[in-house]
Design a protein around this ligand. Sequence first.
Ligand SMILES: [Zn+2]
Length: 311
Amino acid sequence: MASRPAELVRLLLLAGSVAGASPPAAAALRVVATTPDVADMARQIGGDRLDVVTLAEGNQDPHKVPVKPSFVTKLNRADALVVNGLGLEHAFLPPLLEVASNPRVLPTGPAYIDASVYVKPLEVPTSQSRAQGDLHPLGNPHFSLDPVRGKLMAQAIAEGLARVDPQGADAYQAGLARYTALLDEKIAEWAQLAAPLRGVKAVSYHQDLVYLAERYGLELVGTIETKPGVPATPGHLEELIDTMKRDGVALVVREVAYEMPLARTVAERTGAQVVTLATMAGGLPGTSGYVDTLEANLRALVAALQPAPAR
Ligand SMILES: [Zn+2]
């Protein structure tokens, strides 16, 4: 009997601590994302548990992101770093990490989240093909253009976030489930949308469409660049144009970070259509996230196949 009031007080205190006096919400996890694609995925998965900043902009060449001093500060303060991986950031990230004095976000650190870990890379160089330029030394890093591989990226990001912030593990798991469901819905939709691309022959400026082409049955015939990161030579262009004429290439893809005039010249000489695509989220006007950018790319490709309206 004597213990009853004490018990009541204890229960009231407990109730109070749950309902009213809960501790202040933990500060959001400071996440640096190298590309807008992995930034968007992290936001979709982590919601307001995360404060995400992005280094590259969607319309830039991911191999040549201009470095700003503010990047070092962001990396120095980061609780986690999310990267596309497979060497995509090779040109700008290692030197930044060297001066950022944050061992946690180094590739060997616990807060380095590599979105490529579940992706089986295409075009991994063999010793015989080492002359393929030096931009894709670990294989082709442009897998984010395929939404099925996008799901693998999201999974790696969610697991990485849970590793860095174990208290949020359930939230990240739920966020991943929601995002994966959205991607599954889009993947089914886009299979219909992209059906006209099957068997269509295309040339791109840079060797960055291999995963997209494999997904939608586009046949890649060559690139305007001689090798990834190596500019076109007149001899290479003549050879490419001959091949395009012979094979009936319909599309010249000019990625948004590459110059238009050369793509246009190649298209004009071969009767192909030029189509501008984004290689990172937000790279096309009117887009901002991963999903709307992939959709805009597919719509642009399909639209370029339609005959021009009669005047
Ligand atoms: Zn590349």
